[in-house]
Design a protein. Structure first.
Length: 340
């Protein structure tokens, strides 16, 4: 295993106050977002949208790495330049989503398990040769009456650890993403309890599977009340609960924690990350950064609408959200940035 190289990539992904941009939506997810805005659901539309993203001027000021989908890593700009080359030339590290999505977990109604371990070793080799230097796998934990179950948490933690070990063997830094979903009416305290248990289970499995903690990134949810919980939390309450939970579960050897946005608005995702860094940054053993998809892309997608004439305005919006999140990493984001 190339341990030093893995450490260097993981460090580079969280260096100089940058974060990650997830642009790894599967066809069904991408189609759903396009359909909502009347954008054609075609391979060419997906390619054009991804070209818009990777050619955004100045993206590398805030973004250290982008997470691609299997279709995207094989695509090129209109002028024939492969996306991977365009990304690398811009000083951004290409990554790849390698899970094959979440499906019903047998014997556990309402719960999911992520698939994709079969044949993963060979797929990782191919992605490494194509230029990817890190990977992502998302496990889904659903909140509800009597769930998540221990069985669901254990199965997802085990799959994440098997994936992470295979990535490191192939020279790819694993982004380990156990996502406790926001849907539901659960309280902030309940989200805390579940996230704590999930992270304990994940790090226990990573240890069992011999994963080098210095060569990985954790991509967790923030600790939040459910979307339909009657009591919503302040920025400080979210920051306190999330940082306390992470301090109790994530070893100091992990170089960085990059949050998913999970359906939060772009502004809330920036404000909450900012609150954590403004209050705790100097006392944390790991970097606290972002790996957002919707919270960076959504305004740009809405402006683009599938039309060439909107590309520049959409890129401007994308740059803005990425830049707000870089400020949030420094604890220097403010609502005034949104008006500027
Ligand atoms: P969101 O930020 O939209 O939750 O997406 C992050 C991600 O990569 C999901 O796997």
């Amino acid at each position: 295993m190339h341990t030093q190289k893995l450490r260097d990539i993981a460090k580079a992904l969280v260096a100089t106050d940058k974060g990650l941009l997830a642009m790894d939506e599967s066809h069904p997810t991408c189609d759903k977002r396009f359909a909502a805005l009347g954008i054609p659901r075609t391979e060419e539309a997906r390619r054009a949208y991804r070209e818009l993203i990777v050619t955004t001027p100045g993206l590398n000021e805030s973004i250290s790495g982008v997470i691609l989908f299997d279709e995207t890593i094989r695509q090129s700009k209109k002028d024939g330049t492969p996306f991977v080359k365009a990304i690398t030339d811009a000083g951004i590290i290409p990554g790849i989503k390698v899970d094959r999505g979440a499906t019903e977990l047998a014997g556990h109604p309402g719960e999911k398990i992520t698939e994709g371990l079969d044949g993963l070793r060979d797929r990782l080799k191919e992605y490494f040769h194509m230029g990817a230097r890190f990977a992502k796998w998302r496990g889904v934990i659903t909140m509800g009456n009597g769930i998540p179950s221990r069985g669901c948490i254990a199965a997802n933690a085990h799959a994440l650890a098997r994936y992470a070990a295979l990535c490191q063997e192939a020279g790819l830094v694993p982004i380990v993403e156990p996502e406790v979903l926001m849907d539901g009416d659960h309280t902030l305290e309940r989200c805390y309890e579940v996230t704590e248990e999930v992270l304990h289970s994940v790090f226990n499995q990573l240890y069992r599977q011999m994963v080098v903690l210095e060569g990985m990134i954790l991509k967790p949810n923030m600790v939040l009340p459910g979307l339909s919980c009657r009591t919503q939390a302040t920025l400080d309450e979210v920051a306190d609960a999330t940082v306390r939970c992470l301090l109790r579960t994530v070893p100091a050897a992990v170089p960085g924690i990059a949050f998913l946005s999970g359906g939060q608005s772009g502004e809330l995702a920036s404000a909450r990350l900012n609150a954590m860094n403004a209050r705790f940054r100097s006392r944390l053993p790991w970097a606290l950064t972002f790996s957002y998809a919707r919270a960076i892309q959504q305004p740009a997608l809405e402006i683009w609408q599938g039309k060439d004439i909107h590309v520049m305005a959409a890129q401007h919006a994308l740059y803005h959200r990425a830049n707000c999140n870089r400020s949030a990493r420094r604890g220097e984001y403010s609502a005034a940035m949104e008006r500027a």
